[in-house]
Design a protein around this ligand. Structure first.
Ligand SMILES: Cc1cc2nc3c(=O)[nH]c(=O)nc-3n(C[C@H](O)[C@H](O)[C@H](O)COP(=O)(O)OP(=O)(O)OC[C@H]3O[C@@H](n4cnc5c(N)ncnc54)[C@H](O)[C@@H]3O)c2cc1C
Ligand code: SF4
Length: 334
């Protein structure tokens, strides 16, 4: 047994005070579906747990405003995925939640915790004796020369090629989402895209959050691109599996021509990956199958393959191309 202290504050301010007092070894506990897993594997060994399940005002969400969608950090994945307005007006966001994990997990897992889930790299989760710079800085990376079928092609470094496994953050990055954060110095807001760091030489530092900062909510600007959007996820089996490649696409068309488009890719990168070069390939043009394919290739521009993951370069390009065509069908129908 590893001892740890446990506290359950009632307000966000108290939670931040509690974690600041407990020090960098402390962790917030939301649904526990990542944290408990990693504690059982001895990968996370927190000295203190600050349970944020009773915090006031963080469990709700509102998709009815005309300016922005607001999601409390403690809203559960299943409740949000089921929201009628989200399903109708932002299918990519709803689908990114529906296609994740399993019903039991989605009932427990929070939106804030989902953003901060950690990689599924088996060497990271497997613990000793595997070298892993993310788990033990400076120890090396077993995946670079090891089994790396599921590892990242984009955004990796010599120190780490672990893929970011989540779906929700990929869809959010296509919609220019923002994250409100509370820390000891007060509240700040950052773009969702800026939350994540590429591994570089410090893969154990995954986000720009300080240990004592709490995600309060996620905000998404209202946009007409939402309606013709999709989250397309390719995996080894049709349910309860992480993405081998995924794409979030949102479109606005004038007849056959793309007026505006957002593309983000998942599963293939070390962080949620907005594919702006791919967006440039299709905006202002007719969206043909060839144009979609070219955009898919642009999205994977700069991909570096390792021993086992060459197939995912092609898969990633096809996933983006297919997502564009699905979104086009939705644009035509509406
Ligand atoms: C078998 C399995 C399959 C899965 N499949 C998928 C999948 O296909 N797609 C997908 O996207 N996800 C998948 N997941 C991941 C799952 O969605 C995440 O574990 C879940 O969303 C995390 O939310 P949580 O509330 O349980 O977080 P927790 O486990 O409680 O916390 C996760 C981390 O975030 C921190 N944290 C939590 N909330 C906050 C906050 N508000 N502010 C600051 N820090 C916070 C915690 O300290 C912890 O470090 C899967 C998980 C499992 C176990
Ligand atoms: S890819 Fe990253 S997480 Fe996986 S073993 Fe290498 S350093 Fe660790």
């Amino acid at each position: 047994m590893r001892p740890f202290t446990y506290t359950k504050p009632k307000s966000a301010a108290d939670a931040v005070r509690a974690i600041a007092a407990a020090g960098p070894g402390a962790r917030f506990l939301a649904g526990g579906t990542t944290l408990y897993d990693l504690m059982k594997l001895n990968v996370e060994t927190p000295s203190s747990i600050i349970d944020i399940n009773s915090l006031e005002g963080l469990s709700g969400f509102d998709t009815s405003s005309s300016s922005e969608l607001v999601f409390g950090a403690m809203a559960r994945m299943s409740d949000v995925a089921d929201d009628g307005r989200l399903v109708r007006d932002y299918p990519a966001l709803a689908e990114s939640l529906w296609l994740a994990a399993s019903p039991q997990l989605r009932n427990m897992a929070s939106l804030g915790g989902n953003l901060l889930q950690r990689t599924r790299c088996a060497y990271f989760r497997g613990g000793e004796p595997f070298a892993c710079n993310k788990r033990r800085p400076g120890s090396g990376c077993s995946a670079r020369e090891g089994i790396n079928r599921g590892h990242a092609l984009l955004g990796g470094s010599n120190s780490c090629i672990a893929a970011y496994p989540g779906d929700w953050a990929v869809a959010l990055s296509a919609f220019d989402a923002k994250v409100d954060i509370l820390g000891p110095k007060g509240e700040r807001t950052i773009a969702l895209e800026d939350l994540y760091r590429e591994p570089g030489a410090t893969p154990h530092v995954e986000t720009v959050l300080e240990f004592n900062e709490l995600i309060l909510r996620i905000r998404v600007p209202v946009t007409p691109l939402g309606r013709a959007s999709t989250y397309h996820k390719i995996r080894d089996r049709e349910s309860f599996a992480f993405a081998l490649a995924s794409a979030a696409v949102a479109l606005q068309m004038d007849e056959d021509t793309v007026r505006d488009v957002r593309i983000a890719v998942g599963g293939v990168a070390t962080r949620p990956w907005r594919a702006r070069a791919a967006e440039q390939m299709v905006v202002g043009r007719a969206l043909t199958a060839q144009a979609a394919r070219a955009a898919g290739e642009a999205a994977l521009q700069g991909a570096i393959v390792t021993r086992d993951n060459l197939f995912r370069k092609e898969l990633g390009a096809r996933t983006v191309a297919d997502a564009l065509m699905i979104a086009k069908q939705r644009a035509i129908r509406r």
